[in-house]
Design a protein around this ligand. Structure first.
Ligand code: SAJ
Length: 434
């Protein structure tokens, strides 16, 4: 896209200082913008104002202290003269798995109430196609703005990958779409100034909204595919991890995904519901996507079924067996409980009248045991629900034998299967698809 004009963008507001907004705000500060960071969470603001990071992030480790935000406030009026407003608030789903746009609407109202004319408003939160034109645009029009004349609206879906040591706010390519040429040009100029990677202009704002939903639905269905393959291979005695690793030697037309005890987090299990719900309004039923969601949602129960079969082989009941759930976080080496499969596994174990103990080294405040040693000393069986580095390094067949563990279900296929299988007289090892 040929940039026909340059825009005087000096001051940026970032609404929502979470795993997306905070690195974004610090990056804008690093690139010379005056930044106003706004968040409704008073405890987080107190932490930030005292110079502390509310969560770990590779980019923040190096830059949070170097580029403190110009203004940190929960007072929205501070954003009034910003040239660019970046909205990075959560977009969860409700109990019915319907998109909950409450945070997005609140943040949009805040900006529409305080912004000056001529500003650029960019929504980074993940939303389904049409949210910008059906939700965001009407709010600004209700405040007397005319889109494309005295306010410019874009969508630039966030692509932060928590815990990723390589890809971060500075180097992940971005797509951006708008309602009009000026909004698009302003957005491309702004993002090109903070991201050292491709900024791809999209045909329209709907296409930009659809990109993220497609990316994460793609990941969801591919994980569901290998989860189904894993269940099939468990029946046939085939090691699914070995097969996927074998298929991954093909240098084209294959992308490895791996089965596990479930799909958690605030993106992969959530985002596809945005598409399913909005497509329904347009008269299309996403059968395949819904089946993928169901397939992934069934993995925690399948994991507990694997434990029940293993205990049966050891002639042990589920009832009153103390089962240790290792890991509560949805993802390895990240402290995040959102949509975590561990939560569903605990519910299933409890329904089978097991006594449940938990240990997550990154979430001690949510764990019933305070160390691996402690939980092993209490349990007769284990379920590895998160492939934290500590578990991979510390769990050995000898350790399980010493603690008289009778069964272990490796929910993330993260342990050395053959080493554990060699102790078949002492305990049963089962993975997911192996
Ligand atoms: N999972 C599997 N099998 C896999 C990959 C993941 O079961 O092959 C599970 C994980 O254990 C976890 C869940 O799925 O419970 C989500 O894992 P994730 O690696 O997708 O992690 P997220 O939720 O942090 O996803 C983010 C997403 N980033 C954004 O939405 C901006 C996603 O698009 C990325 O692809 C993903 O990181 C990534 O690649 O790590």
């Amino acid at each position: 896209m040929e940039q026909t004009k340059s825009y005087d963008l000096k001051k940026v507001s970032v609404i929502g200082l979470g795993y997306v907004g905070l690195p974004l705000a610090v990056r804008c500060q690093e690139r010379g913008y005056e930044v106003i960071g706004v968040d409704v969470d008073e405890s987080k603001m107190t932490l930030l104002q005292s110079g502390k990071q509310p969560f770990s992030d590779e980019y923040l480790e190096e830059n949070f202290a170097l580029f403190p935000l110009s203004v940190l406030t929960s007072d929205a009026s501070a954003i009034a003269d910003a040239d660019v407003h970046l909205i990075a608030v959560p977009t969860p789903v409700d109990a019915m798995k319907h998109p909950d746009l409450t945070p997005v609407i609140g943040a949009t109202e805040m900006v529409a109430t305080h912004t000056k004319k001529g500003a650029l408003v960019v929504l980074e939160s993940t939303v389904n196609p049409y949210v910008s034109e059906e939700v965001i645009k009407p709010i600004f029009e209700a405040h007397g703005f005319t889109i494309g004349e005295d306010i410019f609206i874009s969508h630039c879906p966030e692509r932060i990958n928590p815990g990723d040591p390589k890809w971060n706010v500075t180097n992940i390519p971005r797509v951006v779409g708008s309602f009009d040429k000026t909004g698009l040009e302003m957005s491309v100029q702004f993002y090109s100034s903070i991201v050292d990677a491709e900024i791809r202009p999209m045909k329209h704002i709907r296409e930009a909204e659809a990109v993220k939903i497609l990316e994460n639905s793609f990941r969801n269905i591919n994980i569901a595919f290998v989860n189904e393959i894993a269940r099939s291979f468990d029946k046939m005695g085939i090691d699914v991890k070995d097969v996927i690793d074998g298929a991954a030697t093909k240098p084209f037309a294959f992308m490895a995904h791996y089965p596990s005890c479930g799909v958690g987090g605030h993106c992969i299990p959530v985002d596809p519901h945005y598409l399913v719900e909005r497509a329904k309004e347009s008269g299309f039923n996403h059968n395949f996507l819904k089946l993928a969601i169901e397939t992934n949602d069934a993995m925690p129960a399948y994991t507990v079924e694997r434990l029940q079969d293993a205990l049966n082989e050891m002639e042990l009941p589920m009832k009153n067996t103390t089962v240790g759930v290792l890991g509560l976080s949805y993802k390895a080496n990240v402290a995040d409980l959102r949509e975590s499969p561990a939560e569903e596994i605990i519910k299933e174990l409890t329904a089978h009248k097991c006594i449940v103990e938990t240990f997550d080294p990154l979430l001690p405040e949510h764990s019933t045991s305070k160390s691996l040693e402690e939980i092993l000393s209490k349990c007769g069986a284990l379920v590895v629900a998160t492939n934290h580095r500590e578990f991979i390094e510390a769990l050995t067949p000898e350790l399980l034998e010493t603690h008289n563990i009778k069964a272990i279900i490796d929910g993330k296929n993260c342990l050395n299967r053959d080493a554990f299988m060699a102790y078949g007289d002492s305990f049963i090892y089962r993975g997911i698809g192996r």
